[in-house]
Design a protein around this ligand. Structure first.
Ligand SMILES: Cc1cc2nc3c(=O)[nH]c(=O)nc-3n(C[C@H](O)[C@H](O)[C@H](O)COP(=O)(O)OP(=O)(O)OC[C@H]3O[C@@H](n4cnc5c(N)ncnc54)[C@H](O)[C@@H]3O)c2cc1C
Length: 218
């Protein structure tokens, strides 16, 4: 799975500080390093709207449709996703969950190949991509570009980086959080520390699960 930071608001923390200080008419108190103390105070008092002035865009490729379906539930996020209507899935890639033991991996892959053959069969009967896709699995990989403001990213990380969230969306969010924490450390420090505390092992899923390709036998 690839998680790539495509774009981010330049000087994001300064932009947030500038916006918030407008509320208090204290722009004259901004210095080159004042954001480090000022932004946590905003968060502590629940003054989160200034964090909506900074945005980031990510490209996520190779995650499953099972994971993307969860991600796109976040309504304050803009999404552009690979279409299963305009793009054929006759050679679809798929994600193998880490819980599938090595001894059964071959069986999982054989099932994916059977599904690929079903898809091709229904296409050969004249169904369009949009209807042939009804036989595709949630394991099928996808690619999407998402954009959100920092307030929404903080929210997404809070709910998707707990042990209650599914392993793949945790892996996606962890990678996005690492990127954002590098670019805007003050904004995401508390979220990152909480995520590490909740899941100190950063276990199996950190780099994404193993993948297969149903077209392999073509
Ligand atoms: C562990 C976990 C398990 C889940 N299980 C299920 C499940 O079994 N079934 C299921 O259907 N979903 C499930 N979800 C998805 C969940 O219900 C939400 O749809 C998803 O997490 C999006 O979160 P959200 O609505 O808080 O955030 P966003 O859509 O990202 O919105 C951000 C925030 O904006 C505010 N907001 C946005 N829209 C509105 C609105 N219309 N009215 C008022 N306030 C709004 C809210 O404060 C919201 O928290 C699960 C999520 C998690 C994290």
């Amino acid at each position: 799975m690839d998680v790539e930071l495509v774009a981010i608001t330049p000087d994001a923390e300064a932009v947030i500080e500038r916006a918030a200080r407008t509320c208090y008419q204290s722009a004259d108190r901004a210095t080159t390093d004042s954001a480090a103390a000022f932004l946590p105070k905003l968060l502590a008092m629940g003054h989160e709207s200034p964090f909506e002035h900074a945005y980031a865009t990510f490209r996520i490729a190779g995650c499953s449709r099972a994971a993307s379906h969860q991600l796109v539930r976040h309504r304050l996020m803009a999404v552009s996703q690979r279409s299963q209507r305009y793009v054929s899935e006759k050679s679809f890639d798929y994600v193998v969950p880490p819980s599938v033991p090595d001894s059964l991996r071959g069986e999982f892959e054989a099932d994916m190949e059977s599904i690929r053959q079903l898809y091709v069969k229904w296409k050969s009967y004249g169904l369009r991509n949009e209807d042939a896709r009804f036989v595709l699995p949630n394991a099928c990989t996808t690619e999407l570009v998402i954009s959100a403001n920092f307030r929404e990213f903080r929210h997404i990380f809070k709910v998707r980086l707990t042990p209650h969230a599914q392993w793949e969306i945790r892996a996606i969010c962890r990678q996005m959080l690492e990127s954002l924490a590098r670019e805007a450390p003050t904004v995401f420090r508390d979220i990152r520390e909480a995520a590490i505390k909740a899941d100190p092992q950063r276990s199996d899923e950190a780099e994404g699960a193993p993948r297969g390709k149903a077209s392999r036998h073509q």
